[in-house]
Write a protein that binds this ligand. Structure first.
Ligand SMILES: *[C@@H]1O[C@H](CO)[C@@H](O)[C@H](O)[C@H]1NC(C)=O
Ligand SMILES: *[C@@H]1O[C@H](CO)[C@@H](O)[C@H](O)[C@H]1NC(C)=O
Ligand SMILES: *[C@@H]1O[C@H](CO)[C@@H](O)[C@H](O)[C@H]1NC(C)=O
Ligand SMILES: *[C@@H]1O[C@H](CO)[C@@H](O)[C@H](O)[C@H]1NC(C)=O
Ligand SMILES: *[C@@H]1O[C@H](CO)[C@@H](O)[C@H](O)[C@H]1NC(C)=O
Ligand SMILES: *[C@@H]1O[C@H](CO)[C@@H](O)[C@H](O)[C@H]1NC(C)=O
Ligand SMILES: *[C@@H]1O[C@H](CO)[C@@H](O)[C@H](O)[C@H]1NC(C)=O
Ligand SMILES: *[C@@H]1O[C@H](CO)[C@@H](O)[C@H](O)[C@H]1NC(C)=O
Ligand SMILES: *[C@@H]1O[C@H](CO)[C@@H](O)[C@H](O)[C@H]1NC(C)=O
Ligand SMILES: *[C@@H]1O[C@H](CO)[C@@H](O)[C@H](O)[C@H]1NC(C)=O
Length: 827
């Protein structure tokens, strides 16, 4: 979309004076050059030319922001070829768009009105109503004809009474608003859910609404800024969102194959992309075929459901999962039972049956008694679960999450359940299962007590399964299976050229890895400074030999890291492999790492508050990119001050991202796995249980924020109270209302008190004990960026509860030295 320089915008508002007010009537038509402005000044309606096109369209755009952003177009398919268009209200009360030759290019089809008035409302809705009636009954409204943008208060979905199907369609191009190939549409059959269609092919599925969110989008939850609403009436199904704080301008748009949420903070930042869906490989429809489970944390990403086996083993091994899986043993209806699959996006509900009043128990009963039922699940997970979805056809498009998602109970033959009960096959790492055997022909009492016992017995399996899973969560990336996504094809062409450096070049550049060139030692190896022949400074990370990856595997990982490019990430220049030696070559950063500055008594004065704030925001942006904006979902796992490098202007760049991946899957023997991380920065759930997720990175980020503000390391023990680390110290000060005491004294006095307190609060929100309480990085950025929004109150940080006997492990991690630990956790 075109960005209009401010001056041009002012000029254009001079050239195109708005006609007085926000309404047109039969006697005051609107011609090209004039505009309507809504009463509160939010939106403007008039004629415009998109992109580089010369055609004229009637549309609505934001009035008060510097980027010309069109949210609605009337004559999408019938452009005016010159500036002679005119929007009139006809005598029978319809809006009609004429060109010079009085040809009708577009019109409304409302019923007759006696004194019609068209008004542009402050919500962005352009409405036609009776001039003398109350303002809430509209004869026609633009909100019923969505284009590619969803505004707050606008509905998407079906009204079966009127036959309205409200959905978004993309523009063909930035120059042409006529409908493109993609649409974002609610499917009201079964349990309603959204699809992104490319013409008539499903590309993405949201999963059904489960009372809180879409089953497939745990992150697409209501937050401090937006609430989502989903209505299922007898004759209508709608989805809409509302803003909590109307000062934040927010819109959703269907941008080619993606549905995106944009937020406008100010004219410097412009539109900020808040999220974009589909975001990972498993979001693409049916990647793993029927009865396949997609999990981006697994490699390969596709696994069969428990009791199923790949339909085409050859393709499956070539990481093409789209043919899915088949049952090992066919169902015989009467002896079947169910297996619970947790944390999933429920399968495609197009052919499912929804009953909102059944309980989960009735649901199971009804599925068991119906031989064509293959699975069931709760329809609404609020208040412990209610409602019932029953599937009668193949289970397609299941995605598994670390956190979030919901439970699906699928049907298996009794014999499969029995092999499960010996524990034999449970080692297949994909599924966390609790097996409930219910023999249909048994006594009811026997059945229910049987269920209970099985449930108990398998709880332990569930726990150990989860533990195993969490260790397996290596950094996630799109592997070779991305091949069957049409939109990735363009990316496949741009194979990245990654220079392979000769060992001799590196030896010369680093003076044979001389001690004097050593910059530091990290978890994955030693870093040397070097200078290439052409004078370019480089940093060489010589990986320790724990990585036993083969050449190709290593190259693949490096290629992956090299594809991650963002101003707040250190750029990878290439790699070097020779024999057992593996090296990564990065650009050199003049100001080295953050820890060499903030924890240094003299150098820390270099960092004023403004610089520190920039560093915090930069790190947040880099991390957000790793977590959701890059094509790969990367969990850093070892974020800390020494991994934040500073360029000559003190801009922060995250380093060592993706490297854990080279080591991540490294299994030393069958029972141990390496946990990578640094005490002091590790979240409680990661340090204790090895469970890591994006929220563990958020925790480390919170620690960093507090370190940057205070200039103190988290491990420093405050002498007055021996068990107080930086987190508990901050918590104490903040609770007492003395947050500013945390501030590094060397910073001087030029800081904004509000900004500092806001940062401290954000830091504390990030280090909260429970991972689910911590915000996502996207929210963190929003919180740092907007001074006007209220932040939630933080709960107690991790590692800070009163020490008790059960917690000794944790308390020790408050005081352990800050070195990168490679901890061997046994399971
Ligand atoms: C569509 O998305 C791309 C990146 O995903 C972005 O660069 C572009 O600005 C978006 N288009 C609009 C109109 O916002
Ligand atoms: C529509 O309004 C324009 C003035 O903007 C007028 O010149 C034109 O005659 C009107 N057309 C019709 C068909 O009423
Ligand atoms: C337009 O934006 C400016 C700066 O963003 C703001 O100060 C002003 O109040 C806004 N005007 C209206 C009418 O919203
Ligand atoms: C009005 O009705 C005509 C014919 O039924 C249709 O082609 C046109 O798209 C309708 N216009 C609007 C704005 O609904
Ligand atoms: C569906 O449309 C009819 C007719 O416009 C309207 O009366 C009804 O309120 C709509 N239903 C919902 C749930 O919006
Ligand atoms: C889900 O259940 C809760 C509580 O039982 C109820 O308030 C809510 O309306 C339900 N949501 C849907 C979409 O059925
Ligand atoms: C739903 O049923 C139809 C007809 O049997 C079938 O073609 C379609 O693939 C099914 N869809 C899903 C998602 O199972
Ligand atoms: C939903 O289930 C309840 C309880 O089994 C039953 O009474 C009701 O008729 C069902 N509703 C529909 C629409 O099938
Ligand atoms: C059995 O389940 C299928 C699939 O959900 C459904 O179409 C059918 O109506 C059910 N039969 C009975 C008797 O409930
Ligand atoms: C826009 O927001 C950013 C980040 O909050 C801030 O640095 C910048 O100064 C703001 N610009 C304006 C013009 O307010």
């Amino acid at each position: 979309m075109k960005t209009w320089p401010l001056s041009l915008l002012f000029l254009s508002s001079l050239l195109y004076p708005s006609i007085a007010g926000d309404t047109i009537t039969p006697s005051t038509p609107l011609s090209d050059g004039e505009t309507l402005v809504s009463a509160g000044g939010n939106f403007e309606l008039g004629f415009f030319s998109p992109g580089s096109s010369k055609n004229r369209y009637l549309g609505i755009w934001y009035k008060n922001i510097s980027t010309h952003t069109v949210v609605w177009v009337a004559n999408r398919e019938a452009p005016l070829t010159d500036g002679t268009g005119s929007l009139n209200i006809s005598s029978d009360g319809n809006l009609i768009l004429y060109n010079q030759a009085a040809k009708v290019l577009w019109s409304t089809n409302s019923s007759k009105a006696s004194s019609p008035v068209a008004q542009l409302l402050d919500t962005g809705n352009f409405v036609l109503k009776e001039g003398n009636s109350d303002s809430h009954s509209f004869l026609w409204q633009s909100f019923n004809y969505p284009c590619d943008t969803l505004l707050p208060g606008m509905k998407l979905g079906w009204n079966l009474t009127t036959g309205f199907d409200l959905y978004l369609t993309t523009w063909k191009s930035t120059d042409d608003p006529s409908p493109g190939d993609y649409s974002f549409k609610l499917d009201p059959l079964g349990a309603p859910e959204f699809f992104i269609w490319k013409q008539s092919t499903k590309e993405y599925r949201s999963g059904p609404w489960n009372g809180i969110q879409f089953s497939g989008e745990p992150e697409m939850d209501s937050d401090n800024y937006l609430t989502f609403e989903f209505f299922i009436y007898p004759h209508a199904v709608y989805y809409m969102f509302k803003v909590v704080d109307s000062s934040i301008i927010s819109r959703f748009m269907l941008n080619q194959s993606k549905i995106q949420r944009y937020v406008w903070f100010n004219s410097t930042l412009g539109w900020t992309l808040y999220w974009s869906i589909p975001k990972d490989q498993c979001d693409y429809y049916a990647v793993c075929g029927p009865y396949g489970i997609c999990n981006t944390n697994d490699s390969p990403i596709c696994n069969c459901m428990y009791g199923f086996t790949p339909k085409s083993p050859l393709e499956w091994n070539l990481r093409d999962g789209h043919n899915g899986c088949v049952r090992k043993t066919s169902l015989d209806c009467h002896g079947d039972g169910f297996v619970r699959l947790s944390h999933v996006k429920l399968p495609d509900t197009s052919n499912s049956t929804l009953n909102e009043s059944m309980s989960l128990e009735q649901c199971r009963e009804s599925c068991l008694n119906n031989c064509s039922c293959v699975a069931y699940a709760s329809a609404n997970i609020t208040e412990g679960g209610s409602g019932c979805i029953i599937w009668g056809s193949d289970l397609i498009d299941i995605k598994q999450f670390v956190d979030g998602g919901q439970d699906l109970y699928f049907r298996l033959a009794a014999s499969e359940l029995n092999t499960g009960s010996t524990g034999g096959n449970l080692n297949e790492k994909e599924v966390i299962v609790i097996i409930v055997i219910c023999v249909a022909s048994g006594l009811l009492l026997l059945v229910s007590s049987g269920c209970y016992i099985w449930h108990k017995m398998f709880k332990s399996i569930k726990l150990s399964g989860r533990r195993q899973l969490s260790f397996d969560l290596a950094l996630t990336a799109l592997g070779s299976t991305q091949d069957h996504h049409p939109q990735d094809e363009s990316n496949r062409g741009e194979e990245l050229e990654l220079p392979l450096f000769e060992l001799s070049t590196i030896v010369i550049a680093t003076a044979n890895f001389s001690i004097s060139n050593k910059l530091g030692e990290g978890g994955f190896g030693t870093v040397y400074k070097g200078e290439l022949e052409d004078g370019q400074g480089i940093a060489v990370k010589r990986l320790s030999r724990h990585s036993r990856q083969g050449t190709d595997e290593f190259k693949n990982e490096v290629m992956l890291i090299a594809k991650l490019q963002h101003v707040n990430l250190v750029r990878l220049l290439g790699c070097c492999m020779q024999g057992e030696d593996r090296m990564l070559i990065y650009e050199y950063m003049h100001n080295r790492s953050l820890d060499t500055i903030i924890f240094d008594k003299t150098k820390c004065a270099l960092l004023t508050w403004q610089k520190r704030f920039n560093i915090i925001v930069g790190i947040a942006r880099g991390l957000l990119y790793l977590h959701q904006d890059s094509r790969f979902r990367i969990i850093h796992r070892d974020l800390k001050a020494s991994n934040i490098l500073l360029d000559k202007d003190m801009n922060p760049k995250i380093s060592d991202f993706g490297v854990a991946r080279i080591f991540g899957g490294d299994q030393i023997d069958a029972y141990t796995k390496r946990v990578v991380g640094t005490y002091g920065y590790m979240s409680p759930e990661y340090a204790m249980d090895g469970i890591f997720s994006v929220k563990s990175d958020v925790f480390s980020f919170g620690v960093l924020v507090l370190e940057i503000i205070s200039g103190k390391k988290n491990r420093v023990i405050y002498s007055a109270e021996p068990n107080l680390n930086l987190l508990s110290h901050t918590w104490k000060l903040w609770k007492e209302g003395n947050g500013l005491e945390l501030l590094d004294k060397s910073m001087g006095c030029s800081y904004s008190i509000n900004e500092v307190l806001r940062c401290i609060q954000v830091g504390l929100l990030c280090v909260q004990d429970r991972a689910e309480d911590r915000p996502h990085m996207s929210t963190v950025i929003l919180m740092l960026g907007s001074a006007s929004t209220m932040l939630p109150l933080p709960k107690q940080p991790g590692y800070c509860s009163e020490r008790s006997a059960i917690d000794t492990e944790r308390s020790s991690s408050c005081t352990v030295n800050e070195i990168t630990m490679t901890m061997l956790a046994s399971r």
